[in-house]
Design a protein around this ligand. Sequence first.
Ligand code: BES
Ligand code: MN
Ligand code: MN
Length: 459
Amino acid sequence: MKEEVKEYIGQNKDRFVNELLDLLRIPSVSADPQYKNDVARAAEYVKGQLIAAGAEHVEVCKTDGHPIVYGDKLIDPKLPTVLVYGHYDVQPADPIDLWTSPPFEPVIKDEKIFARGSCDDKGQMYMHVKAFEFMMKNNSLPCNVKFMIEGEEEVGSVNLGIFVKANKEKLKSDVCLISDTSMLANDIPSITVGLRGLAYVEVELVGPNRDLHSGTYGGAVSNPINALCDMISSLIDPVTRKITIPGFYDDVEDISAEEKKAISEIPFDEVEYKRELGIKETRGEKGYSIIEQASTRPTLDVNGIKGGYIGEGAKTVLPSKASAKISMRLVPNQKSEKIAHLFAEHFKKITPPSMTVKVDFHHGGEPVVVPMDCIEYQAASMAYEDTFGKKPLPVRAGGSIPIVALFENELGVKSMMMGFGLDTDNIHSPNENFGIFNFLKGIETLPLFYKHYADLKKK
Ligand code: BES
Ligand code: MN
Ligand code: MN
């Protein structure tokens, strides 16, 4: 199969790229209602491509939000079933003016495809469609396949959660296969063996009942923006960089000495890391390496802050209100709901009497770790060895895919996360891009997972 997939890619790569470019031209931004029809169009496009690749029972399933595309190819009930998960929705393109080319007019520069969603996750999801096409054309599909491609990953997958709970039989499978994470480098393949969870809150402080002249009242009346900044900065200890919310670390599982050692052996160039980001220093929790800080430890970050005058020039005003959006990345065994409540309780407690406070909860997600002593991992590892000529390293990702924990709890299936993007692909940021090498390497590697998985299952 190894040589055949290479040959097939060689003959079809221009078409593969062009089909992906067509999908990238559809601005399927799930967060913004303005794009509702485009999101629906992207779902139809995925449906059409699944049918063209040879999938059956392909349908666009309505939900209370954006639709889910389902399709399958069930060849033999005795063979294992792979559930492919991906998402066709994308993040908003803002800030638009920082893009060097329009986000929904994909261009190829330096062997990379630039467009919103090129890596996260249209490009990576599409690798699975093309890998499937190859196995169908080549008559070498060794497993049953079910595709479930959603349109609400970037807004919390709430309706997918409902869909999964309501369709357990339909989605019954042996393993879930996902490409929605990254690998270490183009010559250092890796398998994602963990994801962080997420608790997301929005806080609002209200001081005086209206905006005030900051000269007339300033000095006596407490300013909600100042108060909010004080409160937020008190949430992280200035020396240890630990989060100060009581109970926050109670359930945190420390990583094993073995994993700590494995992480310390991951090739990492701190100078290049800082240079590429344009920062002079990193600043994380004391006692942990940068890789640990960004993947195995919990965090608290302000994602956005609002209040007062932000127009041109200077306006003197003491605002009535201020608000902030705050995310906390969670690690095994923390629970999203518990952490959100601990946050709310603490935040209310530290609110000065001059302010009233409100804390709202947004969507969250639970952390996951994937075992390595299983045939699913072994099959993935062998696939990378076939196509990269070296064993992949296991790494935990710092990002979140909330639905993965739900697959485990509701469907009883583990997820193998075979990501082919790079951390520097600018996902969620202007100038998102995906290397053509990465796109094609994914298409080459995925069929080998199926092959090794089916072989190992037989034994
Ligand atoms: N594909 C990402 C998650 C990701 C990125 C995992 C990089 C590992 C490495 C996914 O589309 C995403 O952006 N998830 C959100 C969570 C969601 C609830 C909005 C995230 O991590 O912020
Ligand atoms: Mn994604
Ligand atoms: Mn994303």
